[in-house]
Unconditional design. Sequence first.
Length: 128
Amino acid sequence: MDKKTFDRGREIRSAVLGKDYVDKAFDTADEFNMPLQELVTEYCWGAVWGREELPRKTRSMLNLAMISALNRPHELKSHIKGALANGVSMVEIREVLLQVAIYCGVPAAVDSFRIAREVFAEMKAAKS
């Protein structure tokens, strides 16, 4: 493992998904899944998200589309929150999900819209 890339990945992952989320992922990791946490942090977040050729907002929008297409609701929920943290507006999220409907199928978009609405409601309730 490259410590510099890992540390950069952990910093970016925490900025996008939230420090509590990332700390919990590591605190609850065991011998079996710690290698996955390290891999994801170093390569996904450090080596790719750490590149400067695309802004985080763009990376978030790409992730929303791809994760919706892959039908991964848990990851989608986390990345919707991350997208909002990266400056993606609710309108932009809606437009990404409409694009998903056309290119990946209406069922994927319907589920993704439902999950997005749940996230928006949770975030609104947390602010109240």
